[in-house]
Design a protein around this ligand. Structure first.
Ligand code: ZN
Length: 109
């Protein structure tokens, strides 16, 4: 079972307390944007085999959205952090790099 710590209330939650929100760090495009950009925002996802950044909501707790970094192969969780951040905190990046040498942060499309 997936266990994530809510970064707002500090509670360790199992997935039954959470609601998934898809991929984190998407660049949003709205009205007035190019069709290709809007299509990419709606439909294109990284779906990696490895380190992935996801949005989760502590639905049966504080109700806030947060981000989680985890591996889709091993289900190892590298950390959770505020959904207000545009990229993971350095300690989470360091934790990922320690376990996955050669991994590096990149901007999302
Ligand atoms: Zn919470």
């Amino acid at each position: 079972m997936l266990l994530l710590r809510c970064p707002y209330c500090g509670v360790d939650c199992d997935e039954t307390e959470l609601s998934p929100g898809g991929e984190a760090h998407l660049k949003r495009f709205g009205p007035g944007s190019e069709d290709a950009d809007f299509e990419g925002y709606l439909f294109q996802r990284e779906n990696p085999k490895g380190v992935h950044f996801e949005r989760w909501r502590h639905a049966n707790g504080c109700g806030k959205w947060f981000h989680a970094a985890r591996c889709t192969v091993t289900l190892e969780v590298f950390g959770t952090y505020s959904a207000q951040l545009t990229e993971p905190p350095q300690d989470i990046k360091d934790a990922i790099t320690a376990k996955r040498p050669g991994w590096h942060w990149r901007e999302f499309a």
